[in-house]
Design a protein around this ligand. Structure first.
Ligand code: UDP
Ligand code: MG
Length: 338
């Protein structure tokens, strides 16, 4: 009998590759990014490429530059948001609009080297549906960023109900089935890499060296990073609720022993006027624990509230360059078709 040694080996024909590039105030890097991407596109083993730039409400010249590019280069398509909706939403809009039978997500700042896309396609051809880049080395990022990122991915993995690969960003290639699955997911608090893990299919890691940002500053200040980390954890786990119950139980047991002790002092000794310190500690401790637990609960309730409002995920002001093919799908209410 002829047993295939590599049963997932498929001969996939790549007709169209969509590369999605979210941009927010990236005027300093756009030209270099397109140069590098174009150079890589020449070497790609596929029939056609579309470059979908999602301008996430930039306030600098990014939008104008992208529009110019779209006029000159027919591979370039631009989705212009009506305001800044955030990186994860920008990526979502790109996936929604993409026609390719494989979609690559890549940052605009060239921290993810576009040359790796070739290896990703190769893996996809071997039969993997998701090829995600894992960062083995992170250059040019502060110690603080590296250490918090490391801690975050490990914490997330412990809390999450689906395993989410460590040290993995959004730089990845996804096959059609996976992008269709992501398109079918309506949730608002989006943590795309987690959603891809949740989708399943055959996934494989591809280690790469994360480079320095080509120019400009990170568009992820601490505030956005914290928001992103909270989204990651709360969208993929209800463990914080369980943890708050455990903390509550612990506090209740501690309080109970305190009560027994106080009663003992009151009934059997004459030192019961003392104990003000213990009282204060108990009150403050319990108050703190309660506030934390209510806060955690509030985060989830807030998210439920947001979901029930059922607003569109993003608002597109303009689609540029989608002449021969309309965006595959749009969740935006106002769609200025080209
Ligand atoms: N970005 C975006 N919207 C935002 C913030 C960032 O589209 O609100 C884009 C940004 O232009 C870049 C990518 O997301 O292409 C990653 O952002 P950045 O490089 O600033 O993050 P870092 O690599 O520092 O985590
Ligand atoms: Mg970056």
């Amino acid at each position: 009998m002829n047993i295939d040694k590599n049963p997932i080996k498929l001969d996939r024909q790549l007709l169209l590759l969509s590369i999605v590039i979210p941009c927010y105030n990236e005027e300093e890097v756009i030209h270099e990014t397109i140069k590098r991407l174009n150079a890589v596109c020449e070497t790609l083993d596929c029939q056609d490429v579309e470059l979908i730039f999602v301008d996430d409400g930039s306030r600098d010249r990014t939008r104008a530059m992208l529009r110019e590019l779209a006029v000159k280069d027919k591979r370039v398509r631009v989705i212009g948001f009506a305001r800044n909706f955030g990186h994860q939403i920008a990526v979502t809009a790109g996936i929604d609009a993409a026609h390719g039978n494989a979609v690559v997500l890549i940052d605009a700042d060239l921290q993810d080297p576009p040359e790796v896309i070739n290896d990703m396609i190769e893996k996809w051809r071997e039969g993997y549906d998701v090829v995600y880049g894992t960062r083995n080395i992170r250059l040019g990022e502060s110690y603080f960023k590296r250490i918090t990122a490391r801690g975050f991915y490990r914490l997330l993995n412990r809390l999450s109900d689906v395993p989410i690969p460590l040290d993995t960003g959004d730089f990845r290639l996804m096959g059609r089935e996976v992008t269709d699955t992501i398109r079918a997911m309506p949730e608002r608090d989006r943590f795309v890499r987690g959603m891809v893990s949740w989708a399943g299919f055959k996934q494989i890691a591809l280690p790469y060296q994360r480079a320095k940002r080509f120019a400009g500053e990170s568009k992820y200040p601490l505030r956005k990073m914290l928001r992103f980390a909270t989204d990651g954890i709360l969208s993929f786990s209800t463990k914080p609720l369980q943890i708050s119950i455990s903390i509550g139980m612990f506090a209740a047991i501690a309080a109970l022993s305190g009560i027994v002790y106080a009663l003992y002092l009151r009934l059997f000794t004459n030192i019961w006027v003392e104990g003000w310190t213990a009282l204060m500690i108990a009150v403050l401790f319990l108050g703190g624990v309660q506030l934390i637990c209510v806060g955690i609960l509030g985060e989830y309730v807030g998210r439920i509230y947001n979901e029930t409002k059922n607003r569109p995920l993003y608002v597109v002001q303009e689609y540029v360059g989608f002449t021969e093919q309309e965006p595959l799908m749009s969740r935006s209410p106002v769609v200025n078709r080209p």
